[in-house]
Design a protein around this ligand. Sequence first.
Ligand code: HEC
Ligand code: HEC
Ligand code: HEC
Ligand code: HEC
Ligand code: HEC
Length: 263
Amino acid sequence: MKTNYLLPALLLLSTGIVSVCAAEKQPATDHHRALWDPIHFSPAIDSATNEQCLSCHKEIYQRKVLDRTPAGVPTKSTLAWYQTLDTYKGPQETFHRRHLVTDYAKKVMQMKCTTCHQGENPREEAPIPPDQTNTRFTLRKQVNPETCLMCHGSFPDYKRMGLPSHWNESREMFQNNCLLCHAGVRTNRHKVNFLKPEAIEAAAKEDSDVCFGCHGGRQWYRISYPYPRHAWKGMPEKIPDWAKGRPAESNPRFLTKQQQAQK
Ligand code: HEC
Ligand code: HEC
Ligand code: HEC
Ligand code: HEC
Ligand code: HEC
């Protein structure tokens, strides 16, 4: 008789949430109401702070990875290919912690929950009937993967950069240093509300994997992100064919308050 256990378990769970939220001065609520809380949806989510989300989702910072994989391999002795970048430090951490609270994340980024989470409908996760023109849905994902592509795409087309081959092959020739060119080309970069532009440049001078890390070194996708092309000092007048139609400014959602006020 499964249901006999399920009901008290559900009750325990919901009172758990009530007391967690009460401690953080959230009005008492239950699991169902909390899931459908307006904060999970636009417009409220657009201006939500990390503190507001964490008042119910402390687990996001607190969760730990397992000591061993289910097959018994100790976490300490596993290393993925992308974890061999020089910037990767410390023991294994959860996905959320690696973007929000670990040392390197805090050094070069200032991500918020809402940098990735823009609100999605937990019940209707795909348009029915299928409709490719409906871009409000990201097919059963809680986050739009285009956000990830900005930092986990492939190294942009090397021919555009005037490189003889992919960075993996040509890096030695350029002293493993993107700044040989990027101290003069596309210098107006990273002025968005989830990055720390000055800290990135400083870190890149110390460690050459910094730039590559977000532009091909932790590649989850086969394609590269079509970055906005901000005007820079000394920019040639002629727009190359590949860059026609590229925006000249970052996505408005990522502008800092200051930049928004100047609009
Ligand atoms: C009032 C408490 C509360 C607040 C505040 C809150 N959440 Fe939630 N959230 C919940 C509950 C409860 C669920 C359902 C959890 C479950 O079913 O496992 C949930 C589920 C989610 C999910 C999973 C949705 C799905 O499709 O299953 C995400 C993602 C999420 N919250 C992100 C956020 C973000 C980002 C914020 C801040 C903008 C936030 N939450 C604020 C209580 C809250
Ligand atoms: C780097 C992007 C990113 C950031 C920043 C981020 N999340 Fe997530 N979050 C994700 C992704 C990706 C998933 C998994 C989505 C899926 O399974 O479709 C997820 C899942 C979740 C879930 C549901 C599943 C789970 O693991 O419990 C909750 C709740 C959640 N995030 C809350 C938060 C909160 C609160 C913050 C801010 C403190 C935050 N997230 C910051 C990308 C992010
Ligand atoms: C602003 C840049 C940025 C964005 C956007 C971003 N990431 Fe990352 N991601 C990073 C950096 C930097 C690291 C490496 C952190 C480190 O080495 O400590 C990383 C690491 C990871 C890791 C490896 C974690 C580990 O412990 O090995 C995964 C998986 C990942 N990201 C997935 C995602 C997904 C999925 C999204 C979109 C929801 C996303 N990232 C969005 C910058 C970003
Ligand atoms: C030989 C000089 C050179 C080197 C070395 C170089 N780049 Fe570039 N890069 C360029 C040029 C030129 C462009 C295109 C400028 C334009 O927009 O007209 C470019 C464009 C880019 C773009 C924008 C691509 C797009 O689609 O908008 C990124 C991102 C980038 N480089 C990152 C890097 C990183 C990271 C490294 C080192 C791992 C690197 N580059 C090394 C010359 C170089
Ligand atoms: C933590 C991740 C991260 C690091 C580290 C990083 N970038 Fe980026 N880069 C991004 C993101 C995200 C964007 C797109 C920002 C936007 O939308 O304006 C970007 C945009 C760019 C662009 C396009 C600029 C334009 O015209 O707007 C260039 C070029 C570039 N990066 C080169 C570099 C170089 C060179 C370094 C090292 C000094 C570097 N990046 C380090 C994440 C990163």
